[in-house]
Ligand binder design. Structure first.
Ligand code: FUB
Length: 324
């Protein structure tokens, strides 16, 4: 009798699971039918620190994967992943494409990254632990295709903690590279203080000295983009973090604070954003902690479309888990 009851329970659990799966699939199809984004972009793993890249009619998002346990008190990040879409509704999960251990100098912590396309190659800048020098460092991997394979062209990191002394273990994080119309590339990064260097033409080295930039309310996560000839530097501020931005007539400043793009996000202290134009529309990608069992170290990357105000300012965006 006990065996029969157990068998019936098993069959019912199985049916419930199948119905749930079916409902989820139908919901996803309905969302795509009415033109709504699947957001968060990944529903199957936690993702953070998005960086966008537009290439050949596809919108790519490069992220770090959050693998902390539900009660985990700190980041557990071991890989960088890529997602892409050609309609901002349906997303392809390309899986893990780079790991800290792909860099000779690193032994872990896949913190924020950004990939850019320049002169036919893809340069993926990352922040990760430096196993000998300590602290976080910034390195670069290169590929002929946005999805890789990526290889590290130098045996060493590009930026290490000894180059920016006395600022703590996390000051060399969150790389963001911007190539201006004249071909000059700028690497921005930092926590606490915002820094930049002009990169050499090879994009994997620099001869410039490191500049410390005065950016109002700067916390971390710099992202530089250009719109109608104006340079926009967005970044996170405070904890729980907001996303603020400043503008300038030059990629090196001086920077004038223009406003707040995002209030603190749902269920997560940090905030990290990227901004790109795709098919004549502008998108902000960011993370929150809104997925079930999500939180500070189990974040989720989302997308929000926005329209510049008439004066070129970026509106304060009401983010949503339901619309793009
Ligand atoms: O994901 C680890 C760190 O948290 C990033 O480098 C910061 O931008 C913050 O999001």
């Amino acid at each position: 009798m006990k065996k029969m009851i157990a068998a019936v329970v098993c069959v019912r659990v199985d049916i419930i699971r199948k119905v749930k799966r079916l409902l989820l699939t139908v919901a996803c199809h309905l969302l795509s039918f009415v033109g709504m984004a699947q957001t968060p972009v990944s529903q199957t793993c936690y993702t953070a620190d998005p960086a966008s890249l537009v290439y050949e009619d596809r919108f790519y998002i490069f992220v770090g994967r959050d693998e902390a346990a539900e009660d985990g008190g700190w980041f557990d990040m071991r890989e960088w992943r890529i997602y892409s879409s050609d309609d901002m509704v349906n997303w392809t999960d390309h899986g893990a494409r780079l790991r800290p251990t792909d860099f000779e100098w690193s032994d872990g912590d896949a913190w924020a990254s950004q990939c850019i396309h320049h002169n036919g190659k893809f340069y993926w800048y990352v922040s990760a632990n430096h196993k000998e020098k300590g602290g976080k460092a910034i390195g670069v991997a290169v590929s002929d295709h946005p999805l890789g394979p990526y290889t590290a062209p130098r045996g060493t990191a590009l930026i290490t903690t000894d180059m920016t002394p006395n600022q703590g273990d996390f000051d060399d994080i969150d790389p963001s590279v911007f190539v201006d119309d004249d071909g000059q590339a700028y690497l921005y990064w930092g926590n606490g203080k915002c820094k930049y260097v002009k990169l050499n033409d090879d994009l994997i080295s620099f001869s410039d000295s490191i500049h410390y930039v005065d950016v109002p309310l700067f916390g971390e996560a710099p992202w530089l983009h250009k719109h109608n000839g104006v340079y926009y530097l967005s970044y996170s501020h405070g904890l729980p973090s907001t996303i603020e931005y400043s503008t300038s007539t030059s990629p090196t400043g001086p920077w004038t604070h223009r406003g707040r793009i995002l209030d603190p996000v749902e269920n997560c202290g940090t905030s990290h954003q990227a901004i790109s134009q795709f098919k004549d529309r502008w998108y902000l990608v960011y993370h929150n902690g809104a997925l079930p069992k999500g939180g500070n170290h189990r974040r989720s990357v989302c997308v929000e479309e926005f329209v510049y105000n008439a004066d070129g300012s970026i509106p304060n965006l009401t983010t949503s888990t339901e619309k793009r």
